[in-house]
Design a protein around this ligand. Structure first.
Ligand code: HEC
Length: 110
């Protein structure tokens, strides 16, 4: 049931031309088996709100640092931090907007 709702939400978001998230974020997270929903919730707790989170993540993705990651210590000790993501500001904004929309909407439906 949750999967169906997510699929519907995803279709809605992508229909509005926000495929950047699907293209730029989902494949690597799927390959590394890091839940985009879990890291969304972790990041939301740390960043606190929409503007702060979008700006903070955009900065982190370009300049990943151990000290500014929201991942827990166990994870970071085992896996380290990610490579910087090189996306144009426009694509990064689109991806983060879609990321925000998808997981806040999903949260409201649960
Ligand atoms: C090349 C692989 C890759 C891509 C592309 C990627 N991620 Fe990640 N992501 C990771 C890995 C690995 C981690 C855990 C290590 C870390 O946080 O540095 C991570 C961590 C995160 C985190 C937690 C950040 C933190 O503070 O540690 C968030 C949120 C996230 N990803 C969302 C996204 C979004 C949104 C996109 C698309 C713009 C994206 N990721 C693209 C591999 C990737």
């Amino acid at each position: 049931m949750k999967k169906t709702i997510l699929a519907l939400v995803l279709c809605g978001v992508f229909a509005h031309g926000e495929g950047s998230f699907a293209r730029e974020c989902i494949p690597c997270h799927r390959q590394k088996n890091i839940s985009l929903q879990k890291v969304f919730m972790d990041a939301l707790l740390v960043y606190g709100g929409e503007e702060n989170m979008k700006a903070g993540l955009a900065y982190y993705f370009r300049n990943p640092r151990l000290g500014s990651s929201v991942m827990d210590e166990d994870f970071l000790q085992k896996n380290g931090i990610k490579e910087p993501i090189k996306l144009s500001p426009k694509i990064m904004d689109e991806a983060l907007e879609a990321y925000w929309q998808i997981y806040t909407v999903r949260g409201k439906l649960q």
